[in-house]
Design a protein. Structure first.
Length: 140
């Protein structure tokens, strides 16, 4: 079986776009323990929480609220690299760190390009929040 080689240029472009989206959504990116809630409707809300800030990085948690079953509601830990202007998903669905690629099949049934897919999903999620950002509330 041929080993999968990720398309790093695609992943880098996605991460760069995601960084720009996050920076548009969160003006106070350097404030610890700040959270933003995006309300799309009474039943659909998203929250982004700043977990940690450092001179060159910021770590966020992005999660869907009020989504019913916890295993069905998206949650991600995201690291922003300010010097590189990139945002990378560190973990998704409480599944731990993502490798750049996976052999297939694998014990966790991850896609070969799982990291690229999860970062792509983050981009879609961020674009959705940008579209509905007039409904944002800031919690400290």
């Amino acid at each position: 079986m041929k080993k999968y080689v990720p398309h790093l240029a695609n992943l880098q472009a996605v991460c760069a776009n995601n960084y720009a989206y996050v920076m548009s959504l969160l003006p106070d990116i350097d404030t610890d323990a700040l959270s933003y809630t995006f309300s799309v409707s009474n039943r659909l809300k998203y929250r982004m929480t700043i977990l940690d800030t450092a001179p060159y990085t910021t770590t966020l948690k992005m999660e869907q609220l009020d989504g019913g079953q916890s295993f069905l509601t998206p949650v991600m830990d995201i690291r922003l690299y300010h010097d590189a202007r990139m945002a990378e998903v560190l973990s998704s669905q409480h599944a731990g760190a993502l490798a750049p690629s996976y052999d297939y099949p694998n014990p966790n049934m991850r896609h070969r390009d799982e990291k690229e897919r999860v970062n792509g999903f983050l981009g879609e999620w961020l674009k959705f929040c940008l579209k509905h950002r007039q409904t944002v509330s800031i919690n400290q």
